[in-house]
Design a protein around this ligand. Sequence first.
Ligand code: ATP
Length: 421
Amino acid sequence: MTVVGVDDTDSRTGGMCTTYLGALLADSLRAAGATVERLLLLRCNPAVPHKTRGNAAVGLHTDCEPGRAFALARGLIEEHAMVGDPNTNPGLVVAPHGSDAVPGTVAEFARRAVTGHLDTEEARELCSDHEYRFSGWENGRGLIGALAAVGSWPLPDPTYERIAYRERERWGTDREVDPDSVFAAADAFYPRVWDTVDRETGEVVCVPNTPCPVLSGIRGDDPGSVAVVADRIEGESVERAETFVTNQGTDAHLGETPLSALRGGYCYRSDGRVASEPETREGGHVFFTLEEGEARIRCAAFEPTKRFRDRVRALRPGDRLAVCGEVSGGTLKLEKFAVRELNRFRYRNPRCPDCGRSMESAGRKQGYRCRECRTSALGKERVEVDRDLGIGWYEVPPTARRHVAKPLVRGGFDAPVHPER
Ligand code: ATP
């Protein structure tokens, strides 16, 4: 058996996509008489600064002889990758063992690629240590994702994406897809198939707007359902389609970490108490401070998270939360949060029992007095506040979801969920 890993074939302006290269390679291997057992789409750490879009790497598991697989993959990268663009640094790794025989050091490297920061040198050294065939173009950074894709099997929580690609002459033009057919298919398979549409806004989420070759990507919990939904979509003709097994929709990027230990460039789940009233700033971004002991962090729900910002605005100081998201520039960009405790009370000057008016302070440590009736009270009054939030998890809508973030509808959370459909 042979495992092939490929990464970094696209550029920000370019019309390529590493998954498309994976699909081309799968067809080349089949044409060479080999079997492709599976295609794997690995989302690495979404906080790395040099990613093009979703930090994807691709792996293929095949019975093709390693030397032949390497030659085929190298030929395709040289033909199709956007080599020459300063942002494109392709990497190719071919391991001469089955996907079930990944050495521990390579599996560990793959885990760190999803949560941490790695360098190309370590990837080269590991490839040499294990006598893998490998090749890096330009600065060779793609070797990191390529080796991570090689080391990522079995996935602890596999999900699936059926990706349909466009006819080449249509690349860069507007996509023609019938939204009614997308909604009908998505509704028939929800929630096994998720993040296909946004039912609240009527938007189609599974069709990208970038110049890349992807026509649609249908994500879900099983390969059969994503394939049926993809087949039911009506629109322009499909050049080819493949089903990838992925770590998308799994929260694999989050490390459970105390608030005092959060650092920029990583993605976390952390606990704390709301310490400031949420504030909407210019551009519609909403901010509040979360604290735990001495530690504090600014949390943000940015404008593209749309209605999620209403959930954040409904928070009050004193609420106890778990928050998930990437830390960057001292701010945690919220992907989801769980309300653990709600602060249901506020304190106000006591009301006069005779006339009902608000009493006034009678001076420092002298309690409160009604101006009219001269009645007095010792301290403030506690009143219950109506809250628009319940205990449990809240998330960004499908349009704002990161590829690797787990939709609440997938289940397995430690509190009730309030999913966005
Ligand atoms: P493409 O379609 O080209 O794959 P992308 O959005 O997936 O686009 P890349 O262009 O692949 O992004 O850029 C990500 C780069 O970051 C790759 O070179 C990859 O090897 C590297 N990389 C991935 N994970 C890490 C990590 N944890 N630490 C450092 N570099 C990483």
